[in-house]
Design a binder for this molecule. Structure first.
Ligand SMILES: Cc1cc2nc3c(=O)[nH]c(=O)nc-3n(C[C@H](O)[C@H](O)[C@H](O)COP(=O)(O)OP(=O)(O)OC[C@H]3O[C@@H](n4cnc5c(N)ncnc54)[C@H](O)[C@@H]3O)c2cc1C
Length: 420
């Protein structure tokens, strides 16, 4: 059992936990959930001069936002070709551009808040696990020509010179993708919002919402908030505050390991500083951390904190880089992602005063910022750009049976990955 939810929590320097809400307050906007979705929405609203109070059940970044792999890139959990099949090329281009703007916003905010180079650096690699040579090159050409990306094709020789495993073939390099310390970024966004006048309450679980004329009353154990707008950013967590929004999301676990510092041994396996993911449906994602530790992620499940997680993750790492045999895992954790059935973000409103910003799945570092901007511009400027997400509505995930379906999909994908 870890003392901290993740390695990022162990090394963060965030100051004392904020007080919980013990009084009744009134504000224009009440945000529930202090992950990237909630904090980004808060910052986008307060930057536009609209008052905000945010309520977080634990501490800021307790959920997926403080536990993730730190890969910041354009796109969504759902692949581009699947989005195109669903909404056509014109809207796919608009959606992809929004996802790029999400990346740009995180980068510009990180620079504004002086996040240091150790916490944000450019360049991501996606390496091919499968042996068909022409696929990635075609992907690069298609993305660059159709979506104005600047992806670079890396042939097998370049990949194998720098990543010393025979698991990979060729790869795609994205110069406009980044690795980021997500919790340090989140803490800076929270602080910047407070400096502009927002209020954040930690250890404050919202238990109930009540519709009132012109808004909502939000109840916690010891206090309440009266607000014109409530924005639900609670992802896959309980208690359910609105049946439709909560039922639209399935909780899916994924896992991360951080090794001990590897010193010189790291370069026996990995020669470049970039984060790497691979092309399997159930991929690995990993990146060298500044102090020669390796952060290694992978797997999905419906089960939190499986037994022997550290050992299992280490075995997974050694199956790709057997030359690292003997290294020790320092810390392993699981994190809960919130997925809609369609694997796209769910951004919209349930009625005039109740908004939702959720369902970012495994691709939330850019899309949560994008969602925050869309909701803030809708509230502050009456902008209706968020409606482009209408085809990806809340749907019905059929919990708890939906969870059985997730586990079955996982097993099917694993088998398909093996046979490919
Ligand atoms: C292990 C892991 C690796 C990942 N890797 C990447 C990656 O490399 N790149 C990428 O782009 N994405 C990645 N993701 C996905 C990304 O982290 C998420 O999509 C994103 O953080 C979702 O943010 P969120 O704010 O919606 O949810 P969360 O961060 O889960 O926040 C929800 C918050 O709401 C609070 N809450 C819930 N209910 C209440 C209530 N009733 N009252 C008060 N507060 C409440 C919770 O305590 C929680 O803090 C990863 C996710 C995981 C788990």
């Amino acid at each position: 059992m870890n003392d901290f939810p993740s390695y990022y929590h162990r090394i963060q320097n965030r100051g004392a936990i904020r007080s919980n809400l013990t009084t009744s307050i009134t504000t224009e906007n009440c945000i529930i959930g202090g992950g990237l979705a909630g904090i980004s929405t808060m910052l986008s609203l307060i930057e536009r001069g609209h008052s905000v109070a945010l309520l977080e059940a634990n501490t800021i970044g307790f959920g997926a936002s403080g536990r993730n792999g730190g890969f910041l890139s354009s796109g969504f959990s759902l692949g581009i070709s699947e989005i195109e099949q669903r909404v056509g090329l014109t809207d796919t281009k608009k959606l992809f551009r929004l996802s790029q703007k999400g990346v740009e916003l995180v980068v510009s905010r990180s620079q504004q808040f002086c996040l240091n180079d150790e916490d944000l650096s450019a360049g991501l690699v996606r390496s091919s696990w499968f042996s068909r040579r022409d696929l990635l090159q075609k992907d690069v050409e298609y993305m660059n020509n159709t979506f104005n990306t600047s992806l670079v094709y890396w042939p097998e020789k370049k990949v194998r010179e720098n990543y010393l495993t025979n698991r990979y073939n060729d790869a795609i390099f994205d110069p406009h993708g980044y690795q980021i310390n997500p919790l340090n970024y989140l803490n800076k966004c929270a602080k910047a919002s407070e400096d502009l006048g927002a209020s954040i309450y930690e250890t404050t679980t919202v238990r109930k919402l009540k519709k009132i004329p012109d808004g909502y009353k939000v109840y916690t154990r010891e206090g309440s908030v009266t607000a014109k707008n409530v924005i639900l950013c609670t992802s896959a967590y309980r208690p359910w505050l609105n049946f439709k929004a909560s039922q639209g999301i399935l909780p899916v676990e994924t896992f991360v390991l951080v090794t001990e510092p590897l010193e010189g041994r790291l370069s026996d396996a990995i020669k470049l500083p970039y984060p790497v993911s691979d092309t399997r449906r159930i991929e690995n994602y990993y990146r060298p951390l500044p102090n020669t530790r390796l952060l290694w992620g992978g797997g999905i499940s419906t089960k939190q904190n499986p037994n022997n997680l550290k050992k299992k993750m280490l075995a997974d790492l050694l199956s790709v880089y057997p030359q690292l045999k003997g290294i020790k895992g320092d810390m392993a954790w699981s994190g809960t992602m919130g997925y809609g059935r369609h694997r796209m973000p769910q951004i919209g409103k349930l009625n005039e005063n109740l908004w939702y910003n959720q369902g970012f799945g495994g691709h939330g570092l850019n899309t949560t910022s994008m969602g925050g901007e869309l909701i803030a511009t809708a509230i502050a400027e009456d902008d209706d750009s968020y409606k482009i997400f209408k085809p990806f509505n809340l749907g019905f995930t059929g919990r708890p049976l939906g969870l059985v379906a997730v586990q079955c999909i996982y097993w099917t994908w694993k088998i398909k990955d093996k046979f490919n």
